[in-house]
Design a protein around this ligand. Structure first.
Ligand SMILES: Nc1ncnc2c1ncn2[C@@H]1O[C@H](COP(=O)(O)OP(=O)(O)OP(=O)(O)O)[C@@H](O)[C@H]1O
Ligand SMILES: [Mg+2]
Length: 243
């Protein structure tokens, strides 16, 4: 915790991240030393073939798993030195997750799905949770659907509810693993437009894992992973800007 917060404007520093699953003959070297920096508000993607280590990397960045060696630093704090409860606190405070499958609670309303994690955490007054949920659902074009059951929504709407849920605690960073892997082209476009809009309006950084290059072309920076190594880190010169 020694370094000063927000040192040199980096939100996140990944420092020589290695991850090995198993040991001996059966060992899989999923990450072999990945390093990069992410600025506050950056809109980046991670591409790479199946099995190249993308999800492993995202799990480490999201403090869901620990590296075999290396460090993940948020705003100058080395998360490896933190106790488990402090890591969870930092994760809840800074990071929102969006997965390929939305994991909504089907028997609950849109509002309940979005508000429930915040209500359970008890970190905000209920009135603020309600207004924030409504504001976030509005941002994602879901106003008016608050009382609808989650299982009555289309696939694209469900994914937008999951995104709203990830934004409830106003994270500094959204980590998304194949967030549109299950959606058709029209809904994929919509989700990326919304990510952009959220990023522009709230300053939230995004790291989006995809194996689809055309999706990555919509982001400002493309990190490419191959066999557990970062083999390219490009500023996107061919950006298809939609907002
Ligand atoms: N929990 C685990 N235990 C053992 N091996 C694992 C585990 N998770 C991932 N691996 C292995 O680590 C390597 C990287 O996997 P990872 O899931 O990070 O790839 P990926 O790039 O996300 O692939 P995909 O595009 O298919 O999702 C693979 O060889 C995988 O089999
Ligand atoms: Mg994966």
């Amino acid at each position: 915790m020694a370094d000063s917060p927000r040192a040199n404007g980096n939100l996140l520093i990944a420092d020589d991240l290695k991850k090995t699953y198993g040991s001996g003959e059966a060992a899989t070297h999923a990450l072999r030393g990945v390093s990069f920096e992410l600025a506050e508000g950056e809109f980046a993607s991670i591409v790479g073939q199946s099995g190249s280590g993308k999800s492993t990397l995202l799990n480490l960045l999201g403090l869901l798993d620990k590296p075999t060696s290396g460090h993940v630093r948020y705003r100058g704090t080395d998360t490896e030195s933190l106790r488990k409860s402090k890591r969870s606190e930092l994760r809840n405070e800074l990071i929102g997750f969006v997965f390929q499958f939305h994991y909504l609670l089907p028997e609950f309303s849109v509002f309940e799905n979005v508000a429930m994690p915040a209500l359970i955490a008890g970190s905000l007054p209920a009135g603020m949770i309600r207004s924030r949920a409504e504001q976030t659902l509005g941002l994602l074009g879901l106003a008016g659907l608050e009382s609808k059951n989650a299982n009555a929504l289309s696939g694209g709407q469900k994914q937008r509810v999951a995104i709203a849920r990830a934004l409830m605690n106003r994270p500094a960073l959204v980590l998304a693993d194949e967030p549109t892997g299950n959606l058709d082209t029209a809904n994929t476009d919509l989700v990326y437009d919304l990510f952009r809009k959220v990023s522009a309006e709230t300053g939230t950084a995004f790291v989006i894992v995809t194996h689809d290059r055309s999706v990555a072309q919509r982001t400002d920076r493309i990190l490419e992973v191959l066999d557990g190594e970062l083999v390219a880190d490009e500023r996107n010169r061919y950006l298809k800007r939609v907002v």
